[in-house]
Write a protein that binds this ligand. Structure first.
Ligand SMILES: [Fe+2]
Length: 426
C-alpha cells in the first residue's frame, strides 16, 4: 500500500485496489488532470463504505460552482454522513456538507481544523484553498498552505502541488518574487502542475510582463493542456497577455478555439469567456455575434443564484447580447437568493452593484456605471475570484469614468492600478 498521507488512521472502508485508485485520482487532481469522477465511481463500486472516495466525489461536484451539480454534492454527502469514519474523515464529511449547502466559510474552517491536525492531508489543503479562492480570502490562500509547509518536503508525493498552491497564495497577497520562485520550483518538480503554471502567469499578469507571459504559457502548452480540466482558465490567461499587447486577433482566435470553441457550459469556463469578451468590449473591439451563444449557455445556469460571482459574469453576456429580459430574470433570482442562508448573500452584496453597473454600461449610462461600481471597488474581493479576474470591474469603471468626462477619477484609477502592479513586498 502506498498510502502517503501522514496519519496513523487508515482510510476507512477501502480495499487495497480502491485505495490505489483513490491515490491515483488525488495525484491527477493535483494537476487537474484525468477523469476523477469516473475513477472515484469505480473506487466506490469496489468499496461502498470508502468514506474519502465518497467525500472526494462530493467535493468535485461542489467545486465547480455549477448550480446544476450541487444536488450531486448533497447526495454524496448524504451517502457518506452515516458511514463509520475516523477523526480526519469526519472533518472532511462535515466540510463537504457545509460546502454543498453553500456555507463556504464554515467549510473552509472545518478544513483548517483538519489541516491543523493532519497537515499532510493534501486534499484538505487543496479543497481548503479552493474555498479560500471562492471567498476571495487572499490571506487564507497563502497562510492555509504556509501553515502546512513545514510538514512537507520534496521526498513526498504531492509536494509540487503544495508549492503550486503556496505560489498562488503568495501572488494574491502581493509577494510576487516569492510566488514566482515557488511556482517555478513546483513546475520543475511536476511540469504538468497547471495550478503552479497559473500562479506564475498571475505574477506576470500583475506585473504587466506580457511578452514573458506569452512565452511562459506558449512554451509549455503540452504540459498544461492534455487531459487537464483547468486548461480553459490557463488559455484565458494566455489570451489576457495577448490582450495586453493589443493583439486582439490572437485573442479572438483563442476564444474561438481552445477557450470557448467547444461552448462549454461549465461555470468556470463561461466566466472566462464572459470576462474576455467584456474586456474586448470595454476596449472597443467588435466581437461580432459571439455574445449570443454565450448568453444562451448562461441563461439556464443562473436561473437561480447560487454563487454570485458567476451572476456578474452572466450579466456581462446578457448585456453584451442585448438580453434585457435575461438580465431582469437574473436580478430577480439575485433578490430571491439574498434571502437564503449561506455565504452567497454576502457575495451578492458585491455582485448586485456590479450587475447594476454592467447594465448601466450597456445602456451607455456612464455616470450610472460609475455610481454603481465605484463604491464596490474596495470590497469587490468579498465575492471571490482573483485580482486578475476582478480587474474587469476596475477596467469597466475606468472606461465609464473616461466616457462620463470624469478625468479626475479616471486618472486616479489608472494611478492606483499602476501602483499595485509595481508593488513588491517580498
Ligand atoms: Fe487565474
Amino acid at each position: 500500500m502506498a498510502f502517503d498521507i501522514a496519519t496513523p488512521q487508515r482510510p476507512t472502508g477501502a480495499s487495497e485496489a480502491a485505495l490505489d485508485l483513490y491515490e491515483a485520482t488525488l495525484r491527477g487532481h493535483q494537476c487537474f488532470a484525468g477523469d476523477p469522477i469516473r475513477n472515484l465511481r469505480k473506487a466506490v463500486a469496489d468499496s461502498p463504505d470508502f468514506v474519502m472516495a465518497r467525500v472526494f466525489t462530493g467535493y468535485l461536484y461542489a467545486s465547480g460552482t455549477d448550480a446544476a451539480a450541487l444536488p450531486s454534492a448533497l447526495a454524496a454527502h448524504a451517502a457518506v454522513v452515516d458511514l463509520p469514519a475516523n477523526d480526519r474523515e469526519a472533518g472532511h464529511v462535515a466540510a463537504l456538507g457545509k460546502m454543498a449547502r453553500g456555507e463556504l466559510a464554515e467549510a473552509a474552517k472545518s478544513l483548517s481544523e483538519v489541516s491543523a491536525k493532519y497537515p499532510r492531508d493534501a486534499l484538505a489543503l487543496q479543497i481548503g484553498q479552493l474555498l479560500d479562492f471562492l471567498r476571495g480570502d487572499s490571506r487564507g490562500l497563502r497562510d492555509r498552505i504556509g501553515a502546512a509547509l513545514p510538514h512537507w518536503d520534496e521526498t513526498m508525493p504531492g509536494y509540487h502541488a503544495v508549492l503550486g498552491m503556496h505560489a498562488f497564495g503568495l501572488e494574491e497577497t502581493g509577494h510576487y518574487a516569492a510566488a514566482e520562485a515557488t511556482g517555478r520550483r513546483a513546475i520543475d518538480l511536476e511540469p504538468r502542475n497547471g495550478w503552479a503554471q497559473h500562479a506564475v502567469a498571475h505574477v506576470m499578469e500583475m506585473q504587466d510582463r506580457r511578452e514573458e507571459g506569452v512565452a511562459w504559457m506558449r512554451g509549455a502548452i503540452p504540459n498544461w493542456t492534455g487531459d487537464s480540466y483547468f486548461q480553459v482558465h490557463n488559455w484565458w490567461h494566455l489570451a489576457l497577455f495577448h490582450l495586453g499587447l493589443g493583439q486582439t486577433d490572437e485573442v479572438l482566435a483563442l476564444y474561438d478555439g481552445p477557450l470557448w470553441g467547444e461552448r462549454s457550459t461549465l461555470a468556470y469556463d463561461m466566466v472566462d469567456a464572459s470576462a474576455l469578451l467584456w474586456r474586448l468590449r470595454v476596449m472597443g473591439v467588435d466581437v461580432g455575434d459571439r455574445w449570443q451563444a454565450l448568453a444562451d449557455a448562461w441563461e439556464p445556469a443562473v436561473a437561480e443564484s447560487t454563487y454570485a460571482f458567476n451572476d456578474a459574469h452572466a450579466a456581462m453576456a446578457f448585456v453584451g447580447a442585448g438580453r434585457s429580459d435575461a438580465l431582469a430574470a437574473l436580478r430577480a433570482a439575485q433578490r430571491r437568493a439574498a434571502e437564503r442562508p449561506g455565504d452567497n448573500a454576502a457575495f451578492l452584496a458585491v455582485a448586485e452593484p456590479v450587475v447594476r453597473g454592467l447594465a448601466a454600461y450597456g445602456e451607455g449610462d456612464w455616470r450610472g456605471t460609475v455610481e454603481a461600481l465605484q463604491p464596490v471597488r474596495a470590497t469587490a474581493h468579498r465575492f471571490g475570484g482573483s485580482h486578475a479576474q476582478r480587474d474587469v470591474i476596475d477596467l469597466t469603471l475606468l472606461e465609464a469614468a473616461r466616457r462620463a468626462g470624469d478625468a479626475g477619477m479616471a486618472a486616479a484609477i489608472e494611478a492606483d492600478r499602476a501602483a499595485i502592479r509595481l508593488r513588491v513586498i517580498d
